[in-house]
Design a protein around this ligand. Structure first.
Ligand code: ADP
Ligand code: GN1
Ligand code: MG
Length: 355
């Protein structure tokens, strides 16, 4: 890591490198140089992201645009270039990038209260506003069909048929639950194809730990994890946040009785999101927000299940059945949303009336 870090144009030589964060995809480190300056240093997962140079070009363009619109250095990520002026470094150990560390920032795995969650919604809603006039044709698709839920079902069916690890017999209940909802997986795509929903430039990975908060004020300062900025649906950005942040437990909670979708958190997020970007959304986009929540949760559940069946090749795991445990929380949340469906729709209506 030291060798790779040495290629970046830091203010002094690197002194320490320590692992940081809880992302499932990249390897993230905190680098401190000999003058005490801090940097976020990442090895980008090039198994998942097949074209890292194009991905880094997306990030370069987007971070430059964000910086033009809001020059406060704490409000957007800023790449540290390599000594020869590139936005990433590549050698036979992988692809690396570096950002200036955002001072006095923390990442939250759980919101402590509704206010914090509402503020994270404002951060993601504003982020979507800032990207609204970004020309989508300049962006590469970093993971094809990323939120094509129907295709995610196809991948699950393939994993079931192959049963590479011989794990299928252990996950019969999860498979049955997932496949019983396969038709619904086509719903959002159907609306898009009929022209009832539109593509926007979206973040696509809006979990709470992809926003940096100020450690003193506990207010959001900066949206991070820009790897999946691509054309997408507003309801999916809304929904992925609900999936993670409105849950009453962590993504890998073992006691499923603890896992429910909090309607109070759902309302708080809705309020924040609509206050930030609701005026730009069509009536159909607003109406489909609950479906975005359900589909992002369902999709994430079946992605964890597929990965478990395929031998844990995508998401980083920390224990043997981690992906299965994560899958179970997501499917429990889907079930809980189904019980609360009418209430969710009502909350959306009530909050939309206030915009
Ligand atoms: P991944 O795709 O693996 O999630 P991220 O870019 O989201 O990669 O970084 C992984 C994690 O590292 C984040 O969820 C967060 O916990 C932590 N992290 C990244 N950048 C910072 C930062 N500037 N300050 C504090 N934590 C950070
Ligand atoms: C991954 O990169 P990270 O850890 O923020 C994943 C998301 C999933 C999430 C589940 C590029 O997010 O799509 O929703 O895990 N990111 C990618 O926690 O696949
Ligand atoms: Mg992340």
């Amino acid at each position: 890591m030291f060798n790779a870090a040495m290629n970046f144009d830091m203010k002094a030589l690197p002194a320490t490198i320590e692992p940081m964060g809880n992302g499932h995809i990249n390897r993230t480190y905190l680098v401190t140089d000999k003058l005490g300056n801090k940097y976020t240093f990442q090895r980008v997962n090039d198994v998942i992201f097949k074209d890292v140079p194009s991905l880094m070009e997306n990030i370069r363009m987007v971070t430059e645009m964000l910086r033009e619109k809001d020059p406060d250095p704490r409000h957007s990520l800023e790449l540290v270039k390599t000594k020869d002026g590139n936005s990433f470094y590549h050698d036979d150990t992988g692809y690396y990038r570096m950002y200036h560390f955002v001072d006095d920032s923390i990442c939250l795995e759980r919101a402590e209260n509704e206010d914090e969650f509402r503020m994270s919604a404002e951060a993601f809603g504003n982020f979507q506003n800032l990207l609204a006039d970004f020309d989508a044709s300049r962006l590469s698709e970093t993971i094809p069909m990323f939120h094509d839920t129907e295709n995610r079902v196809k991948n699950l069916v393939k994993a079931i048929e192959e049963d590479k690890m011989g794990r299928l017999s252990e996950v019969k209940a999860e498979v049955e639950f997932a496949l019983a909802r396969a038709e619904e997986a086509k719903y959002m795509k159907g609306l898009l194809e009929k022209g009832e929903l539109k593509l926007r430039v979206t973040h696509n990975d809006t979990k709470l730990n992809n926003v940096l908060f100020d450690e003193n004020t506990r207010k959001p300062i900066c949206v991070i994890d820009l790897d999946t900025i691509m054309p997408g649906l507003a309801a999916n950005d809304f929904g992925d946040s609900i999936r993670f942040g409105a849950s009453t437990a962590t993504e890998d909670e073992l006691d499923l009785d603890k896992v429910t979708m909090s309607l109070d958190m759902f309302r708080a997020y809705t309020r924040g999101f609509l206050s930030a970007c609701g005026h730009k959304l069509t009536a159909k986009e607003i109406e489909t927000l609950p479906m975005g929540a359900k589909m992002m949760t369902y999709e994430c559940g079946i992605r964890f299940l597929t990965d478990y069946l395929e031998g844990d090749v995508y998401f980083r795991i920390h224990r043997e059945k981690h992906n299965l445990e994560r899958c179970r929380t997501q499917l429990k949340l889907v079930y809980d949303m189904e019980q609360k469906w009418d209430k969710m729709a009502e909350i959306i209506k009530e909050e939309a009336a206030k915009i």
